[in-house]
Design a protein around this ligand. Structure first.
Ligand code: AMP
Ligand code: ZN
Length: 112
């Protein structure tokens, strides 16, 4: 299977890792949309949020626990935003579940 994030997780494609544990890894987005733009990714290949199986549900919690640690490490004391694009209509381009963690400046407009 040809998955760019699986290759990053295995270390076959370079990335700037900011966090790693048994279940998730996090690295800087190649095309940052904010001063801090980290992708938090479960190590297990799951195609999208719509493909999370019951037994993998805990991984989503692990993603948010990782976010807390990353926020502390990167000094995001005033908060951050986490976004998941699920499927084509949402503009998901990489078919390996990932969460965008954005921060480092006060955010303006919100979709919701
Ligand atoms: P999405 O549109 O939600 O699927 O987000 C995919 C994200 O992956 C985009 O923000 C890309 O900039 C990012 N991306 C793609 N390839 C890489 C890579 N090799 N290293 C880091 N980020 C990447
Ligand atoms: Zn993958």
């Amino acid at each position: 299977m040809d998955c760019i994030f699986c290759e990053i997780i295995k270390g076959n494609i370079p990335s700037t890792k900011v966090y790693e544990d048994e279940f998730v890894t996090a690295f800087n987005d190649l095309n940052p949309q904010m001063p801090v733009h980290v992708l938090i990714v479960p190590k297990k290949h799951i195609a999208s949020a719509n493909d999370i199986a019951e037994e993998d549900a805990f991984l989503v919690g692990k993603v948010f626990l990782a976010a807390q640690k990353i926020a502390e490490k990167l000094g995001l004391d005033n908060g951050y935003r986490i976004i998941n694009n699920c499927g084509e209509a949402a503009g998901q381009t990489v078919k390996h579940l990932h969460f965008h963690m954005l921060g480092g400046k006060t955010m303006g407009e919100k979709i919701i």
